[in-house]
Design a protein around this ligand. Structure first.
Ligand SMILES: [Zn+2]
Length: 83
């Protein structure tokens, strides 16, 4: 992967692997180790066209993954209430 500048703010991009949530048949599934570029200044996440096509492929895949892991969940209301 080449070094690009952030298309949003011109900041420096950092290559990273992230766990990306996708929706597969109405269920949330985590796609692990997606290579992305994250902007060090504004935090914008940039996906390569290759990564996007892999994400699309996973999202339209009909079979369920064999592995599961618990995910923590917040409700919007827990943050929306005035402190
Ligand atoms: Zn940026």
């Amino acid at each position: 992967m080449k070094t690009f500048k952030c298309g949003q703010c011109g900041g420096e991009l950092e290559e990273r692997m992230i766990d990306y949530p996708i929706s597969q048949n109405g269920e949330v599934i985590i796609l692990e180790n997606v290579p992305v570029n994250i902007c060090r200044s504004c935090g914008e996440i940039w996906f390569s066209s290759e990564a996007l096509s892999v994400i699309d492929k996973a999202a339209s895949y009909t079979e369920k993954p064999k592995r599961t892991k618990p995910i923590f969940v917040w409700s919007y209301e827990e943050f929306a209430v005035a402190v």
